[in-house]
Structures are given as structure tokens and as C-alpha cells.
Design a binder for this molecule. Sequence first.
Ligand code: GDP
Ligand code: MG
Ligand code: ZN
Length: 303
Amino acid sequence: VSAVYQELETMRIAQYAVGLPCYICGEGNSRDEELCRHCHAPLALAHQAAVQKVTPQMLGVVGPAGCGKTVLLGMLLDLLSRQADDLQVLARGAFSISLQQSVVSHLARCEFPPKTPSEPDRWNWVHAQVKAPSRKGLELIVPDMSGESLVEEINHPNSCPVVRSFLEKTHGSLMLIDAGRLDQGDNEPDFFAMKVLSFLCELHGRSPQRKLDLPVAMVFTKADQCESAFEDATQFAQKQTPGLWQLCQQRLSKFRFFASGVVGACAFTYNRTGKQVVPLRIEPRGIVEPFRWLVSEMKPGRR
Ligand SMILES: Nc1nc2c(ncn2[C@@H]2O[C@H](COP(=O)(O)OP(=O)(O)O)[C@@H](O)[C@H]2O)c(=O)[nH]1
Ligand SMILES: [Mg+2]
Ligand SMILES: [Zn+2]
């Protein structure tokens, strides 16, 4: 005969009564928890929001695995936290620095950062204050989500609830599209972007007849591999992502195309795990522009 020990449910209910609602999914948590037990978002977000006057807004960074979300986001934060420019970000909480630190330290060693884990409890989240001439007192929450989780949630609703809870609350989105793949004749990035855009419209309760007013910056990443995206991102979109281009016209009222790249040159090495890409020169281009546009388009205090 084996004994079964079971936690008393009433204990949990007692904890909820004095507990902390998660800032992302709204579920109750005990105060000493670090991550939300329902969606794995850091509870520090809720602690910080509770003592702040300004309600933070959510910015979604979406795209399939490997399209360059982690690198772009880390680089963006690094550029904006150092520059004495009119646009600046200030990390709130130590956890908000991890992403930037990981990306920058890997690039400095001529490596790309490792793949983002698909488990939400291992993602990096950023909570930052943004100083911009176009917006006073903007606080942003940005998770570095994994592409796999986004696909999972789109294909199997509620399999990764944090993706849904978060994207429902977004005030703006950065949609990343791999220009390197498009340039090689692969149309998968076009299909993926269309799928994500339709998902965003559904989440924000838009029927096909009504346009979504959420600003979406479409960024062609790895444009260092195809200069034509840098020359004219809009023309590149019309030519290389005709499906997405059409859908944007029909479903969005605020969108713009951009191109970005973080490296000047790459080399390739081969080892046990296969082909490795080695960044040779770090030359960020077009990283800040999409963000600057989004910040100026995001309306204060909506949703
Ligand atoms: N040439 C080039 N390659 C990039 C760039 N950004 C990312 N990559 C490549 O794309 C891979 C995936 O990037 P990552 O940011 O981890 O993608 P994520 O899965 O969307 O977060 C990296 O390991 C690099 O090989 C870029 O700006 N230029
Ligand atoms: Mg990633
Ligand atoms: Zn939660």
C-alpha cells in the first residue's frame, strides 16, 4: 500500500486571496513566486506595475523561429540604452537586462546567441521606460517569445496561453520576415506572416470588414544578405511577399515596411551539429527605425 500525499486545496485558495494577479494573464499567484504559475510571465511585471503611475503597454515581436527576433531585440535595446539620442530606453528591473546582455556578449565573441527555448518559463522579458519626443512617459513590456510557441498557439489554441494573453493586449507589433530566405526563392516567410497577421486580427476581434488599427511594423530581417530590401522595403514587399502585401492593405490601417541587418558579413563553419553561421562584422542597420515609427504610432492608454 502506498501513501498518497495531497496538498490541501484550501491552502491554495487562501494564498490567492492575498495573492498577486499576473500582469499578463490576470491569474492569481502567491506573492513569493517568481514566475506566474499559469503563463510563466515574470511576476516582477505585476510588482512594478503596482507601484507605477503609468500603465505599461505591450509590444509584440513576432515571426517564425530563426527569423532574427532575439538578435534584433537585443541589438535594439543595446543601441537605445547607450545612445544619448532623442530616443532612449531605460531597463526596469535586473531581469530586463538579460536579453541585451546575452545578445551583445555572444556577438562580441563572434557568435550568434543560442536559440530561444520553446518553454515560456525560459524566455527573457523586458520592461523598460521609453523616452521619445513623440510620446511622454511610455512604459513597455516586451517578451522575447519563441517562434515555435507562436506557431503552436496559432495551430492549437490554448496550447501556449501566454502567447494569446500577451498578444491580445498588445498596443503595437514588430513582425519580422526573413529577407534572406525570400531572396532564395522561399515563400514560406510570406505565408507565415499572413498567418500571424490574421491571428492578430482575430485576437483583437476584427472581422474581415473592419481594419485593425494596431500599428504593425513589418521588418525584413537579414537584409545584409539582400541589398534590394534596404533600397526600397515597400517595393521589396510588393515583389517578394505579395500575399502579405495584399492582406496588409485589406486588414490594417497602420503598417509600414522596413529592412534591417545586424552584420556586415558572415562566414560559415561546419562541426558536429552542422553548418554554423559566424558573424564577422557587427554593423547594425535599420534596427531603430521600425521601433521609432511604432512608438510614434502607438496610442497612449488604449486597450
Ligand atoms: N545575416 C544575418 N543573419 C542573421 C541576422 N540576425 C539573425 N541572423 C541569423 O538568424 C539566426 C536566428 O536568429 P535569432 O535572433 O535567434 O532568431 P529568432 O529565432 O527569431 O529569435 C541567427 O543564429 C543567425 O544565424 C542578421 O541581421 N543578418
Ligand atoms: Mg529567439
Ligand atoms: Zn500569468
